[in-house]
Design a protein around this ligand. Structure first.
Ligand code: F6R
Ligand code: MG
Ligand code: MG
Length: 375
């Protein structure tokens, strides 16, 4: 593998306006983005691209050879979002330009509103990977499934029986997780299986910690997740940072089915209505990435590709499978259960998370009416 030219998959996304509320990207915006991607392929900025959406988020999935955080690639994404936002304004779509928090491009979309997950690697004989995209939730929604994919032997049989994952000794076994504290902007790298309990001690607190990267024990990149905190950038509530992730599969990585298996359980995530409620994540095919009930329930799509040096071959719409019907049905039941709590916790988020929503503006009004409790 050494000496070979590396390839990069960049997934850059933004909510730049949607139809009928915070619902779905309008087809004309997808068309604008596809046109820009086609032009960029002709201009040799990127090699290939696939444009899609989950709910009100527009995703640009790009293949190139320029490495991660490349200015040209990021500028291309930024300009594409600008053009699509212009169209959104013309159509008077809802929230037109919402995630474009800066007036001008400054080298990288990070910190400017859009989210990005990028992964650079030396090509193998065959390179299957999955691009996940979620709507109406936050980056730490990937904590649970990523732990199960890369660290839980009850999910990933390969951790036990694949010699490429289960090496001679601990040094040649397992995966490393980069975990970010989103409030403090600090990170730590922990290796499993040795530090599994420490890892769980952090990532179980999904209000604070988010997995941003995963490598195999030999430092081969395995996964990348977008982790921007829009509200911390903007200093006020501007919607959830609906996240994307790239996960490599097969032949020394978890098998495709092991990568998808955690989503057979519709675990609870923060987001949903007004970014202020817990609800189940519903795995769905592209055609059902249309959150409507109570602005949700939160959705996740999974697109499978084979990546060559020149092409993104695919995608396969991986949750378009009756094997996930039961998870969807459970997600509907769980939605009913949570909804019946109305404005009460645990449907509504705790105080710490609500700090970055519109609730504090309401509470401010009451602040002066509070009196000291007598001892
Ligand atoms: C959730 C989301 C929506 C909006 C809600 C209110 O991430 O974006 O649930 O928060 O539709 O939107 P506004 O305040 O724009 O009317
Ligand atoms: Mg929106
Ligand atoms: Mg969204």
């Amino acid at each position: 593998m050494s000496g070979e030219k590396k390839i990069t998959v960049s997934v850059i996304k933004a909510d730049i306006g949607s139809l009928a509320g915070h619902h779905v990207v309008h087809p004309e915006l997808l068309e604008v983005a596809r046109k820009e991607m086609k032009k960029a392929i002709q201009d040799k900025i990127i090699k290939d691209a696939y444009v899609t959406n989950v709910g009100d988020d527009l995703e640009l999935i790009m293949l190139h050879d320029k490495g991660e955080n490349n200015e040209k690639v990021h500028e291309l994404a930024w300009n594409t979002f600008l053009k699509a936002a212009k169209r959104a304004r013309e159509l008077k779509l809802y929230g037109a330009g919402q995630d474009l928090l800066s007036d001008s491009f400054s080298g990288n979309v990070k910190g400017m509103g859009p989210g990005s997950a990028e992964i650079e690697f030396a090509p193998r004989k065959s390179d299957p990977l999955v691009v996940f995209a979620m709507d109406k939730t936050e980056p730490s929604a990937f904590n649970l499934p990523l732990f199960r994919i890369f660290a839980d032997p009850f999910n990933t049989a390969g951790l036990v029986i694949d010699p490429k994952m289960h090496g001679e000794d601990l040094e040649h076994t397992g995966f490393k997780f980069k975990v970010i504290n989103v409030y403090e902007g600090k990170y730590v790298v922990l290796k499993v299986p040795e530090e599994m309990y420490d890892l769980l001690a952090l990532i179980g607190s999904t209000d604070t910690y988010s997995i941003e990267r995963i490598w195999r024990y030999d430092d081969e990149p395995a996964a990348a997740i977008s982790t921007s905190k829009l509200s911390l950038i903007a200093g006020k509530y501007v919607g959830k940072d609906d996240p994307v992730a790239i996960v490599r599969a097969q032949s020394g990585f978890p098998a495709l089915g092991e990568v998808l298996e955690p989503f057979s359980f519709p675990f609870a995530v923060a987001g949903f209505m007004r970014g202020s409620h817990f609800g189940p994540i519903m795995p769905c095919p592209q055609k059902h990435a249309t959150p409507s009930r109570f602005d949700g329930p939160p959705r996740v799509i999974a697109l499978g590709f084979n990546v060559t040096e020149e092409r993104l071959v695919g995608p396969a719409d991986l949750f378009d499978d009756p094997a996930f019907d039961y998870a969807r049905q459970q997600a509907n039941l769980i939605t009913d259960y949570f909804r019946r709590h109305g404005p009460f916790m645990p449907h509504r988020l705790g105080e710490k998370e609500l700090e970055y929503t519109t609730l504090p503006l309401v509470l401010e009004k009451l602040a002066k009416r509070f009196q000291k409790v007598e001892e």
